[in-house]
Design a protein around this ligand. Structure first.
Ligand SMILES: C[S@@+](CC[C@H](N)C(=O)[O-])C[C@H]1O[C@@H](n2cnc3c(N)ncnc32)[C@H](O)[C@@H]1O
Length: 219
């Protein structure tokens, strides 16, 4: 069993602004651990986590893959989250980098067909549409959960170009809840991105029915 990364350097004060790992984070860690052999077999060069928050997932991915020359890159709209991602990497001896940007803005050309492992635990909670855009503009803790009408306002923006980001052997892990319509996401990704998707893990946690979806190029 791969231990959860050491987060003892993050304080209550940090978690006022940065998403504290919770059940949605942990189901994602479980999915990555479950896929450890497969992930290692990809011999990834570029691992990108969108919305890396505390950096818990990116550092865990580093532990799953062991010593590699892979680049572990996180992006987040929240500057404190980007800083936490780097600090968590240092604390856990995983060399992570982080950029403050929305999704992958500014990286389009550099990562085109280059991403071997893409991960997103998005703001998936259904809210009023306006609430999601205010949260995005605020670049603080509300941006971690406010997801618009069906919880897909932010995720949908990424889904439009996952096919263009993934390398030929690339894989994409996405956290979703029932209200996001996980099966519908899979159907849509096949039609629009040519990616085969499946639910690889699901679990109830409090009031949420969490899913981890995995997408790969069709064989
Ligand atoms: C549910 S939290 C997940 C944090 C962390 N990955 C985890 O699993 O614990 C969502 C993260 O996405 C970030 N986020 C929200 N909108 C974003 C956007 N447009 N671009 C990049 N990051 C975003 C939030 O700031 C937050 O850190």
């Amino acid at each position: 069993m791969i231990p959860t990364p050491d987060l003892s350097h993050l304080t209550k004060e940090d978690y006022k602004h940065v998403y504290e790992p919770a059940e949605d984070t942990f189901i994602l860690l479980d999915a990555l651990e479950q896929d450890a052999d497969y992930l290692k077999s990809l011999n990834p060069r570029l691992c990108l986590e969108i919305g890396s928050g505390s950096g818990c997932v990116l550092s865990f991915l580093g532990a799953v893959l062991g010593s590699t020359s892979a680049l572990y890159l996180g992006t987040d709209i929240n500057i404190r989250a980007a800083q936490a991602t780097v600090r968590t990497g240092l604390q856990n001896k995983v060399s992570t980098s982080a950029l403050v940007t929305s999704l992958y803005e500014g990286l389009e050309q550099r990562i085109k067909h280059q991403v071997d492992v893409l991960v997103f635990n998005p703001p998936y909670v259904p809210t009023l549409e306006g609430e999601a855009s205010v949260a995005q503009d605020g670049r603080d803790i509300a941006g971690a959960w406010a997801g618009g009408t069906d919880g897909m306002a932010i995720t949908d923006q990424l889904l439009k170009n996952v096919g263009g980001m993934l390398s030929p052997r690339g894989v994409f892990y996405l956290v979703a809840v029932k209200q996001n319509d996980p099966e519908g996401i899979c159907v849509r990704m096949r039609r629009t991105q040519g990616l085969d998707g499946e639910v690889i893990l699901k679990r109830r946690a409090g009031g949420e029915f969490l899913h981890v979806l995995r997408f790969r190029r069709s064989e």
